[in-house]
Ligand binder design. Structure first.
Ligand SMILES: Nc1ncnc2c1ncn2[C@@H]1O[C@H](COP(=O)(O)OP(=O)(O)O)[C@@H](O)[C@H]1O
Ligand SMILES: [Mg+2]
Length: 296
């Protein structure tokens, strides 16, 4: 895949997009049931890559295949059918939901779009989805701003899994969360992936997070893959100086995140803390880009 942003546009991004390619001939595969982590510093092209795979942004040149289907050549109808099987979890959950919709409506929207459950059975399915991510069904009648960033990100994860996808791209899903909540969110994703038999592309700039979940790692820099290998090989024996730099820059954890309990236990504690409201989430939603709701 090769990607130039808006080469002919005079729009908002025309100045910064003049010249450099966001992706330069990137080629990779994600195996069935595999977690492939894509790591690299900000601006290295990770989100562009993930978005192209799901046809959320056009590709300048290249091909994408999903289960034998030529994704970039699909008709809108076939693409819609495929989107049920592929989903994207955005970095900023506050930008990924409609603030005027209740959590029930947020979760029900893909179910409705694909006619997956009859009207009377949808609420129950939404309750199940919340329980799957260790959230209380009582949240169904709340609005996004009444939830913390960690809680809302779990709602977004539940929504991404609602249609029973085979492949999910999680784009820096722990941004803005504290170290423990972040570690537990990744642990949750890992267990859901195993339980549901998903293939996962996990995008991150943080090697510590990636080490928790990846089977294989692709290291990206300035739109190119500089190194790829199994998680243990890359961590133990990085070949590229850039990968070495990423490894050296990982801060040491003050305590083992495993010792603090299971995701469900930690989330329960988090929930109590969050009753008072978490300043970090406000900062995050103010900073984060609006990614918009997915189109089903
Ligand atoms: N919508 C856009 N328009 C123009 N340039 C963009 C756009 N989105 C990303 N870019 C540019 O493409 C490059 C890769 O960005 P991105 O894929 O977001 O990287 P990452 O996710 O690794 O931070 C960057 O140089 C970024 O500035
Ligand atoms: Mg990104």
């Amino acid at each position: 895949m090769t990607k130039y942003y808006g080469s002919s546009s005079r729009g908002l991004f025309s100045r910064r997009s003049a010249g450099a390619a966001a992706l330069k001939g990137v080629s990779l595969a994600v195996g069935a049931g595999e977690t492939l982590a894509v790591i690299g510093e900000s601006g290295s092209g990770k989100s562009t890559l993930g978005r192209i795979l799901l046809r959320l942004t056009p590709c300048t040149a290249g091909k994408v295949f999903f289960d034998g289907q030529d994704v970039l050549a699909l008709s809108e109808t076939d693409l819609r059918a495929l989107r049920r099987r592929m989903n994207y979890i955005f970095q900023n959950p506050f930008g990924a939901v409609n603030r005027r919709h209740t959590i029930e409506r947020v979760l029900a929207s893909p179910l409705k779009a694909y006619g997956l459950y009859p009207d009377g059975a949808r609420r129950e399915r939404c309750e199940e989805l919340l329980e799957m991510v260790h959230l209380s069904p009582a949240l169904l009648d709340r609005f996004p701003h009444e939830l913390s960033g960690g809680q809302l990100q779990r709602v977004v994860i539940a929504r991404a899994l609602a249609t029973g996808p085979d492949f999910v791209v999680a784009d820096e899903p722990t941004t803005g969360l504290d170290v423990i909540t972040s570690a537990k969110l990744v642990e949750l994703l890992k267990s859901l992936k195993a339980k549901l038999g998903l293939s996962l592309m996990f995008i991150s700039h943080d090697l510590r997070t990636v080490a928790q979940i990846a089977d294989r790692i692709v290291v990206m820099r300035k739109g190119e893959i500089v190194e790829t290998g199994t998680c243990s090989d890359i961590l133990a024996n990085p070949q590229h100086p850039y990968t070495q730099k990423l490894i050296d820059s990982v801060p040491r954890l003050p305590e083992s995140t495993r010792a603090v309990g299971s995701p469900a236990q930690v989330f329960a504690t988090e929930e109590r803390r969050e009753e008072a409201g978490a300043a970090i989430d406000v900062a995050m939603s103010a900073r984060g880009e609006r990614t918009g709701e997915p189109t089903w």
